[in-house]
Design a protein. Structure first.
Length: 79
């Protein structure tokens, strides 16, 4: 995400109902902290989504993991 946006490529359209476009926000950490940052509610939405995925979705449901963070569930074999 950071390399692509710094290259000047942004998603088309608006990021919210107020009409703010994706390219109206700065790149990198400036998009989260600073005068032109995304609104606090948007930042919290990102944090809560990441937390929800960590706690409820990204689980080793089959017990076949070889290491922490291995979510292949037996679908890929890297040797």
């Amino acid at each position: 995400g950071n390399i692509i946006t710094r290259a000047g490529l942004h998603l088309p359209g608006n990021i919210d109902l107020a009409g703010d476009s994706f390219d109206s926000y700065p790149n990198g950490l400036a998009a989260l902290f600073g005068p032109d940052a995304i609104p606090t509610d948007g930042f919290l939405q990102i944090v809560f989504l990441a937390g929800f995925l960590e706690l409820f979705v990204m689980k080793d449901v089959t017990g076949e993991n070889e290491f922490v963070g291995d979510f292949r569930h037996g679908s890929l074999d890297f040797g």
